[in-house]
Design a protein around this ligand. Structure first.
Ligand code: SF4
Ligand code: MG
Length: 334
């Protein structure tokens, strides 16, 4: 069946005094109904920018420079700002790292839920309040008929993020984009929020794009994973395959250092010397070549196109069946 979200050759640029920076350079992926796609990578890899581009929230000096985004088959990358605002409210839910991005501290959570429900349905006040209590119960808020009248500051971080998830569900969106939804939470509640998201996605048939730097969260939650590096997808495939038998040398480095959900949430998760290049200094050819233990002369020259290899799609010359020299560089390092 048709994917809920389909992104093709997406390009995002930032226009600066020093020139045009390519933040996203040809990203393509699909997310099916009820599926969780994990998008993982280091800070600056382009994960959040990809999410922002999907929901039409790239602010100047950034701009979408090419590609297509389809939601339920319909192009949404070329909608007017007004039409896109309606798509965001109704068809795409958003969950950010800080729950207070989505909650107004001055209003009781019930008021915010009821208002959102009434925007999307013709339920009466009483009917919307009943629906809000059901949603709070569904996301695991204890005593929801009482807590509904609380203010956001009266909830713990984890409970607040549950309220945000309830808020995202009010419109019964086709797609939820969750950007580092557990990064600000105590480690003890991270796993609960993650399993809640996963369960709700399944039960509601929502497609979920889960953006995180935490490979442990991806391994626990995602059905498929896209590993991003320098604004491109280095490798994408079913999570088990990519975690257990990564193909791209960068993904191999990443998987060699899977943090668990109980470890800290810092960004240094790759045991590969060096760091990801700044946007202003992305090297030609494969952006990973200065750090890659397999690189050969072709890698600094040609940009690797994504290649289908078993169930993975990998952007690396090593897997180019048409390059007779590639095999010679497939040394074992991990
Ligand atoms: Fe390494 Fe070359 Fe593959 Fe890039 S294309 S990951 S440099 S082997
Ligand atoms: Mg980010």
């Amino acid at each position: 069946s048709e994917p809920v979200l389909s992104v093709r050759d997406l390009r995002v640029e930032f226009v600066t005094r020093r020139g045009i920076l390519k933040a996203i350079d040809g990203v393509s992926f699909d997310i099916a109904k009820g599926e969780v796609l994990g998008v993982v990578g280091e800070s600056g890899a382009g994960k959040s920018v990809t999410g922002s581009a999907v929901i039409g929230l790239i602010d100047p000096p950034g701009r979408i420079a090419g590609g297509e985004v389809r939601l339920g088959g319909q192009r949404i990358d070329n909608l007017s700002p007004e039409a896109m605002r309606r798509v965001r409210g109704k068809r795409i839910g958003m969950i950010f790292q800080d729950p207070l991005t989505s909650l107004n501290p001055l209003y009781r959570v019930g008021e915010q839920l009821v208002e959102t429900i009434q925007t999307h349905t013709n339920l009466s006040n009483a009917g919307a309040r009943k629906r809000a209590i059901e949603l709070l119960a569904e996301v695991g808020i204890p005593a929801p008929e009482r807590r509904i009248d609380g203010y956001p500051h009266e909830f713990s971080g984890g409970m607040r993020q549950r309220v945000v998830i309830a808020l995202a569900l009010c419109a019964e969106p086709e797609l939820i984009i969750a950007d580092e939804p557990t990064t600000a939470l105590d480690v003890s509640v991270q796993a609960q929020i993650i399993s809640l998201l996963k369960r709700l996605g399944r039960e509601h048939g929502t497609a979920i794009m889960l953006v995180t730097h935490d490979m442990g969260v991806i391994a626990e939650t995602a059905d498929r994973v896209a590993v991003m590096y320098s604004g491109r997808i280095a490798e994408i495939g079913p999570v088990r395959q990519v975690v257990q038998t990564p193909l791209h040398p960068y993904a191999k480095g990443l998987m060699g250092a899977i943090p668990t959900l109980v470890q800290s949430s810092d960004d240094r998760l790759v045991q590969i010397p060096g760091s990801m290049p700044r946007l202003s200094a992305i090297p030609p050819g494969c952006p990973f070549h200065p750090r890659c233990p397999h690189a050969w002369d072709r890698c600094s020259r040609d940009r690797p196109d994504p290649i289908q290899h078993a169930e993975h799609r990998v952007a690396c010359h090593l897997y180019d069946a048409n390059d007779p020299t590639a095999k010679a560089h497939m040394i074992h390092t991990h």
